[in-house]
Design a protein around this ligand. Sequence first.
Ligand SMILES: [Zn+2]
Length: 275
Amino acid sequence: MVAGGLVYREAMGIGYLEAPLLAETGLVSHGFSTRHGGVSSEPFHTLNLGFHCSDSEENVYENRRRFFSLWGKDASDIVCGNQVHGAKIVEVQEIDRGRGASPGTALPGVDGLYTRTSGLTIAAFSADCLLVFILDPIQRAVAIIHAGWRGTLLGITAKAVNLLSQAYGGSASDLLVALSPAISRCCFEVDQRLVAKFQAAGYRGLPLVPTANGGRYYLDLHELNRRQLVEQGVCADRIASDSWCTYCGEHFFSYRRDNGKTGRMAGFISLNSTG
Ligand SMILES: [Zn+2]
């Protein structure tokens, strides 16, 4: 199996990415939005999908409606956490349907979700942070994880792999994983203090490249999370990832580039119903 990366697609004027690795199983619907195809104006132009910035709620509702309807999904059904850059991951079920579909209703303190309820759409939001999409094609389970540098430092991606196998009894070697665009090693400049935090947490051989600014480095978030997956037993050739960068890529919102005044992309994954 060759994982490849993510592919840019457009439908109904909306740009999004998907991982053929996941799509070709036929088991899930999934996608990662870009900023193209919505109704919001600057600085949220145009497909802002997050309520937790200062865009109008009407715009976000309309943008979410457009995005999720590409897969026949009702935006009022999605489930998400309120994303506090922690490592709390929860199982969600039918009763949670709609948590996070309107402001103030997202699951509190949660940065990761997993489920094996067919048709339940679990989602996460980002503007530079990495989203991790996980499918267990044998146990028929999915997870979505929000991993910025804080979540990565806490090992949230490794934790997700462990939780899935504890909950449903599957094997990490069966998992198929896709990593979303994020601020990448071309642009994610960090200081020595942040490097020291990773070292103090036991990370060795960090994927760092010194920048032209003394004492600062480019850190590779994708690689850190890829390593967490592989160390837990995920096969390297079952991880779809590539170099899409939210900071220097024209398709994306970037919190760092836009000094916090920007919108949010969404990623989601949902198990298809079996016939
Ligand atoms: Zn970049």
